[in-house]
Ligand binder design. Structure first.
Ligand code: NAP
Length: 259
């Protein structure tokens, strides 16, 4: 299927590794010019080379902390009129909520709620004027299936989800969609860190814990970043114009509910 995205411009936040990089790679392979970003210049440059090698699209690297106004300014200075925006940032640390004070909560809400809202605030009207826009927010299965040790993530991402539910309908008439993509356990550095924390909390070594964990998952395996990237690219496609305001789980069947 041709997603009809050739020549479009995309900002993918937090994309030198993991899910962000996979989304950037999938979009670049669809002919989208991509602006990737991260805080660490070296890994960002490696990601740029990797994506350039597998696509004919132009790949631009912007060293930026997306959780700061300066970082978001840098991204939008480099790509002022994106057709596609993938919002993403590093996840908050796992832990015990009794140990989290105001600063920990402000950091999580800033990274996993406000940064995405501010990017949308700054690009949405331009998308509406140009009659094309695709916004994908990388959130988490934790929005639907909260995990106690991921309380900062549960809280901040639920806040973003509520905000998106309020604004995502109106722009649909202008061919602008906003959706959330909810990863379950997709094999990235972050996933390995979360599994390690779970293993430590249960007093098990991480290998045994992971084997037991994935054995109970319907898919019996972690997801792959390229599966996640392909879904993101589809949500950005012309064909997905009628999908908006949705929370799309990619969790290998982890979430057991009907809705
Ligand atoms: P990852 O493999 O650790 O990659 C994180 C990427 O984001 C890196 O490129 C990192 O580069 C960049 N980054 C982190 N903080 C940033 C910031 N402030 N500004 C700019 N770039 C930043 O993580 P991932 O697995 O792709 O996860 C992406 C998001 O999905 C996270 O919020 C995570 O919690 C969430 N999530 C992931 C899973 C999963 O299974 N993988 C499941 C649920 C939720 P630098 O460090 O150089 O900036």
């Amino acid at each position: 299927m041709d997603f009809q995205l050739k020549g479009k411009n995309a900002i993918i936040c937090a994309s030198s590794k993991g899910l962000g990089k996979a989304c950037a790679a999938a979009l670049a392979q669809e002919g989208v010019n991509v602006w990737i970003s991260a805080r660490t210049a070296e890994t960002l440059e490696l990601a740029k080379q990797e994506i350039t090698a597998i696509s004919d699209s132009s790949v631009h690297a912007v060293v930026a902390d997306v959780t700061t106004p300066e970082g978001r300014d840098a991204l939008l200075a480099a790509c002022p009129a994106p057709d596609i925006l993938v919002n993403n940032a590093g996840g908050p640390p796992p832990g015990d909520f009794r140990e989290w004070g105001q600063q920990e909560w402000f950091d999580a809400v800033n990274a996993n709620m406000f940064s995405a809202i501010d990017m949308i605030r700054r690009i949405l009207d331009g998308m509406v004027e140009r009659k094309f826009g695709r916004i994908v927010n990388i959130t988490s299965v934790a929005v639907k299936l909260p995990q106690a040790e991921l309380g900062l993530s549960n809280g901040a991402r639920a806040g973003l989800t509520g905000f998106i539910a309020g604004i995502a309908h109106e722009p649909a008439q202008h061919n602008v969609t906003i959706n959330n993509l909810l990863p379950g356990f997709i094999a990235t550095d972050r996933m390995h860190g979360v599994l390690k924390a779970k293993a430590d909390a249960s007093g098990t070594n991480v290998g045994d814990f992971s084997d037991g964990f994935f054995n109970k998952l319907p898919a019996k395996r972690p997801g792959q970043p390229d599966e996640f990237g392909a879904t993101c690219a589809f949500l950005c496609s012309q064909q997905a114009a009628y999908i908006t305001a949705q929370n799309i789980l990619m969790d290998g069947g982890l979430y057991p509910g009907t809705f």
